[in-house]
Write a protein that binds this ligand. Structure first.
Ligand SMILES: [Zn+2]
Length: 59
């Protein structure tokens, strides 16, 4: 049974540009998801703004 496509989002640190987090969500929930998140970056060893970049599964 075909389910709704899951959209993946990769979160890049605004400081070192490292991809630290990957999340996925349904397209319907897309509007609820913010463009930036403050998360901990292991590379910077501090909390940094992370910018989201959408990616599709299998691409
Ligand atoms: Zn960083």
């Amino acid at each position: 049974m075909a389910k709704g496509k899951s959209q993946y989002a990769t979160w890049f640190c605004g400081g070192c540009k490292r991809a630290n987090y990957v999340t996925y969500y349904n397209k319907r929930e897309n509007e609820r998801i913010v463009k930036e998140l403050k998360k901990f970056c292991p590379q910077c060893r501090s909390h940094q703004e992370h910018k989201r970049k959408d990616t599709k599964k299998g691409n």
